[in-house]
Design a protein around this ligand. Sequence first.
Ligand code: MN
Length: 202
Amino acid sequence: MSFTLPALPYPVQSLEPYIDQRTMEIHHGKHHAAYTNNLNAAIQGTDLDQMTIEELLKSMDMNNMVVRNNGGGYYNHCLFWEIMSPASGNKPSAELSTAIDSHFGSFDSFKEKFSQAAMTRFGSGWAWLCVHPGGALEICSTPNQDNPLMPGTGCGGTPILAVDVWEHAYYLMYQNRRADYLNGFFEVVNWEEVSKRYEQGK
Ligand code: MN
């Protein structure tokens, strides 16, 4: 079995003015495509190629850097495209909203903590909102293409919201202004999809 680069679930220019078309073209068509191809090449003919991507991440040998980097890169970007959508102003479901308020105090406080996790990730990586069985929420961040499903990352649970803070995700439009990129990102979060993943993960 091999993994397939998914099509973007919306037109490539439709996250503008928050994320520009050229960034999306390169990010999806070059970076995500490379993670996909490199992962497929690395697992071909091994017992890893019988696994789903979730199984592969959960059982990751963290010393296998090629599979770790490209398996993470494959999954992380699949999730990232899904949890964004053209600016629609949609909001977390009532249930997710209640969970956010009870864990973080308020939506604004959640946004601040999530952005803080993304801002303080030195170099390249991701910030996450994860749900644990029972519904507990966790904000965390990982370096490079690591992912909360992998063992021993210091992040746990099922990721339901993710932001890519590699410079390739924002540099063409925002240069070094990661905080501005994060504000733009929040304008295009697909809360309907995040809420659905919360329901499935809790
Ligand atoms: Mn990326």
